[in-house]
Design a protein around this ligand. Sequence first.
Ligand SMILES: NC(=O)c1ccc[n+]([C@@H]2O[C@H](COP(=O)([O-])OP(=O)(O)OC[C@H]3O[C@@H](n4cnc5c(N)ncnc54)[C@H](OP(=O)(O)O)[C@@H]3O)[C@@H](O)[C@H]2O)c1
Length: 333
Amino acid sequence: MNTRIVLAKRPVGWVDESCFAIEECPEPIVGAQDVLVEAIYLSTDPYLRGRMDAGTSYAPGFAIGEPVVSRVVGRVVASKHERFKAGDFVWGFLDWSLRSVARRGEGLHKIDASLGRISHFISALGMPGLTAWVGAVEIGKPLPGDTVYISSAAGTVGQLAAQFAKRCGARVVGSAGSDEKVAFVRERCGLDAAFNYRTVAIDDALREHCPKGIDVYFDNVGGGSLEAALRHANIGARFPVCGMISAYNEVDDPGIKGLQALLWKRITMTGFIIYDHVHKLAAYQTRVAPWLRSGELRFHEDIVRGIENAPAAFVGMMKGEAVGKRLVQVSDE
Ligand SMILES: NC(=O)c1ccc[n+]([C@@H]2O[C@H](COP(=O)([O-])OP(=O)(O)OC[C@H]3O[C@@H](n4cnc5c(N)ncnc54)[C@H](OP(=O)(O)O)[C@@H]3O)[C@@H](O)[C@H]2O)c1
């Protein structure tokens, strides 16, 4: 028998573990051109919260009783597809299931394990890493001496965006939700300053740590962080809008105050979705893999073991309990 995690009910407001169910189910049937994959790492991502709602955001919603799907790293156990063979490491959008089938191999990508850790293909060397690059470097365009402020700086995207901005010569300031995370981004990721937004007023912290104002705000959070960044932005500032996690569990959109600053300060606010940049992934991996191997780019993973713990791991990630990228390991490498 196989084991999988399905959506049991839609959350109203904050997601909790009762929204998921763990089920025993038959082994998947491998048809012509199909690839059977044994999962190793499941990715927990904030945007999955939107997929638990009815309707579509930029990704279709999950159906009740159907498996949760996210990026998964796994090993091919059987293949009827010419591009894959048993033993290959792969990543793709697959079910939260011990074994699942990629029909006709669609959306499945071979992992070149010589480039880096296999788990990094759904984190630092994968789409989250590319997200950090596109937002921090291509949209933020930080110049040497600029001040860059990054919210959720200890998260998957945040820790990378912060280090990419540092490589451009910027002064980088981050916010995160615990003193442990603040120490992590200061000591391990090399940020110039960081603060715990749960224990200090964001305005006071930005006044102290960004005395020359903000030239780039990398927004992972929206809400009060975005409002404060608007107040402290310089003329001509760039705001790559990557995510607004503070609103994902709200029943009503709380809105953003102070948008007139966009006009007065000629701020460019650019929302982006990484699916529009997929064609840049191979070049990104080639550029960044040596930095990860040499240790000049730091990346922290927070690994929870056992498929039965995936719902709690996801809910905990949304609440801020993970430092770095939270993955669920469901079998050995
Ligand atoms: N545009 C795209 O294509 C794209 C792609 C990937 C991710 N994203 C977005 O980028 C953001 C970061 O994603 P990620 O995968 O790197 O997640 P992550 O930062 O690793 O994890 C989410 C973190 O958000 C923080 N958080 C939760 N609620 C918050 C609140 N109310 N205020 C401030 N911080 C809060 C928590 O950290 P604290 O302890 O610091 O609160 C939590 O650890 C998300 O908004 C996500 O939706 C966008």
